[in-house]
Design a protein. Sequence first.
Length: 243
Amino acid sequence: MALHRKIDALMALRPDLAVIPEAGAPERLVERVPALAEASLVWVGKNPNKGLLLAGFGTTLLELDRNRCDDSLHWIAPVAAHGLPGLEGPLHLLGVWAQNASEGNRRKDNPGYVQQALGRYRRFLRSAPSVVAGDFNNHVQWDRPGWKMNHANEIRSLARLGLVSAYHVSRGIEAGNESEPTLYWRSRTYHIDYVFMPEEWTKGSFDLAVGRYEDWIGSGLSDHVPLVLEVTQRENRGLQRQS
C-alpha cells in the first residue's frame, strides 16, 4: 500500500479512528511514517509488508481482543476502541480486509471471511456499540442463487446484529444501487468498501462522505477512495471522523 505516500492525505481527514487494509506491520511503518509514532496501532496479518492496520489518533486507544481473536480469520480484527470523543464507554470495531479469493476459496462453496467472522464475533459485536468497516471485497452484483459468499448474506447477518450500511442509509438506496465507487480499476469501478454502524445511530446526526477521485485515484495515491463517517449522537454519545 505504500502508506508513507498516503499519510498526508489520511491525516488531512483528521480521523479519530482509521481502518487501513494493505498496510505493513507497525514496526516497519513507524520508521517511514513518523505521524504514526504517537498513534494507537493494532495490526493483523501474515505478511509483514501487507496486512490490516487499525489506527487510533488523539485520545483514541485501541486494544485487540486477544481472547476472542481467531487467527484463522486472516485480516479481520476485533478491536475495542477507548476514548473516542463524545462516546461513553468503548466502541467495538471489527476491522475487515476480506481477501475472498485467497487460499482457494470459491464464492460458490465458501461463506468467506466476513460471514465467518460475523458468526465468530457475534457476542463481541453485541456487547457494546459496534462498527464493522473496511474492504469487504464483495458486492451484490456478484451474488448468485445459493452461493455461500453472497454479499446479501453478509448484509442480512449484519442486520440481525442491528448494523446497517452508513452509505446506503445516508443515500436512501438499496445495496446494488451505488453511484459512487470505492475501487477504481483501469476499465471498471466497484463499490466494495463499507461501514456498517448501529441502526440506532441513524436516529441522530451523521454523515458518510466518499473520498474524491481527484485526491486519491487521479493523484496516483491509491486504487481505493476512503469512506469517512462522522457521527454526532444525542445525549453526548457521538462518534466523529471515523475513516
